[in-house]
Ligand binder design. Structure first.
Ligand code: KDG
Length: 314
């Protein structure tokens, strides 16, 4: 039994300890992958999450696998694929802006994920399926894997949640919008950034963008508004929750942290405003630490941040 299942590509990521990529002599090594970030975030918050993916049967694949497993995520459906390497990503800080990302992932093991990797019963054992727009952008077989997972979820009454996670280094906004539309129509929850929503829909502003997702068939649309927090609408009602002050050092992974926080409250049966507040809090905590997953809060930390519990400090 799982609470949340997700699928996608995870990679080994490196960033310079100091300075730009071209000058760096030493790097920090970690794990990246939007979907496994969410799975890790949920495991830290005390939920049972599972991640489906392929990694190369190489040193980096084994590193990524043991890291995700070590976080308490179920990796029983992850396959080490000897036919292709683990994807690699580099990040570089840019003063006052989002970090730059460089992918070395074309033809990777992760992009060879296919519908044969998706066990419908495994998907059906969860309460929520989390998919992102990154996976269908990787390859036709990845697109089929997402399709298989969404269908398995729908047939078994599992709620489908979609984060478009538009990555313009992988595909254009028009292509992404066309590919994601049928997924949006089957998603009970859509969690999108306002900016990516504007790019996908070609519209401007919260109401217009939310309207585009609703017209495509989404159940509840959640728009992440950065430092301003988040809003949600089902077309009839609207909810809002302000952002938390944060010392931002790294915005990558903020959306995944938001999703983990939001789902944690949603799985606990909390109201939409509380889900937004949990999402905002997890997002605010993660942006204060370098790395996608390093700052993801544990249950007690999130509760303390929200003033819903306390952690002894000394
Ligand atoms: O959301 C963070 C992800 O973008 C990062 O972990 C890398 O999965 C990744 C991707 O494909 O960009």
């Amino acid at each position: 039994m799982l609470d949340v299942v997700t699928l996608g590509e995870s990679m080994v990521v490196f960033w310079p300890e100091e300075g730009p990529l071209g000058a760096a002599r030493t790097f920090v090594r970690s794990v990246a992958g939007a979907e496994s970030n969410v799975a890790i975030g949920l495991a830290r918050l005390g939920y049972r999450s599972g991640w489906i993916g392929r990694l190369g049967d190489d040193a980096f694949g084994r590193f990524v696998l043991r890291t995700i497993r070590g976080e308490g995520v179920d990796v029983s459906r992850v396959r080490l694929d000897a036919a292709a390497p683990t994807g690699v990503m580099f990040r570089e800080s840019v003063l006052g802006r989002d970090p730059r990302v460089y992918y070395y992932r074309r033809g990777s093991a992760g992009s060879r994920l296919g519908p044969e990797d998706v066990d419908p019963e495994y998907v059906g054992s969860a309460r929520l399926l989390h998919v992102t727009g990154i996976t269908p952008a990787l390859s036709p077989s990845c697109r089929e894997a997402v399709e298989a997972a969404v269908e398995a979820a729908r047939q078994r009454g599992v709620t489908v949640a979609l984060d478009p996670n538009l990555r313009l280094k992988l595909w254009g906004a028009g292509e992404a919008a066309a590919a994601l539309r049928p997924l949006i129509g089957r998603a009970g929850l859509v969690l999108a950034g306002l900016e990516e929503g504007e790019l996908l829909s070609g519209r401007r502003g919260e109401e217009e963008v939310a309207g585009w997702f609703l017209e495509a068939g989404a159940g509840l649309v959640v728009l992440k508004l950065g430092a301003r927090g988040a809003m949600a609408t089902d077309g009839t009602r609207t909810w809002r929750s302000p952002g938390f002050p944060a010392q931002v050092v790294d915005t990558v992974g903020a959306g995944d942290a938001f999703a983990a926080g939001f789902y944690a409250a949603w799985l606990a049966g909390r109201d939409v405003e509380t889900c937004l507040r949990y999402g905002n809090a997890a997002g605010a905590l993660v942006v204060q630490v370098v790395g996608d997953t390093e700052g993801l809060p544990y249950r007690e930390e999130l509760a303390a941040f929200l003033g819903e519990g306390d952690v002894p400090t000394r």
